[in-house]
Design a protein around this ligand. Sequence first.
Ligand code: ZN
Length: 193
Amino acid sequence: MIHPHTELRLVDERIGHGVFATRFIPRGTLTWVLCQLDQIYTPEQVETLPAPYRRIMDTYAYINADGTWVLCWDWGRYMNHSCAPNTLGLGAYADVAVRDIQPGEQITCEYGMLNLTEGMPCHCGAPGCRGRVEGDDVLRCGEAWDAVVAQTAPLVALVAQPLRGFMQDPVFLDELAAGRAAPPKARSYFHAS
Ligand SMILES: [Zn+2]
């Protein structure tokens, strides 16, 4: 489930749609959590989907470390990649804002954490853009992402968390906020396909 203070907007014809903040979202806010309305498919189920459905999965779904495919039920599935994203995975089942996000700013994530089945060119325009996003980027960049998430984790206790009630494991959030738990390493999301 995507944060309630967001909306879907057309970025341009080449990129398509993206998710934009409608209000200020402070650093430390969970911007997305895996929820009970998201649709989860086994690799076998995806394999047997007719081609038109498969194209939708390839475009909008992501793959978890256990190989299952997740299709977000809301506009979270339109979140675009940036090589300098303003959100990163906080564990496999949540994204956290790693910078303050201003109203009207696009919310971006790191596709290098999502086990892409095929690499894709990147035109995100961020300083340090990698030029391509690959399914195994997490093996090269994961430690840098871990450092950013580790700096952000203590802030989760200090800001409003409207998605807390939708989390599978809200106790994890409390443990993290109290410093009794550490965020999982980004590398732990990797699925060797
Ligand atoms: Zn890029």
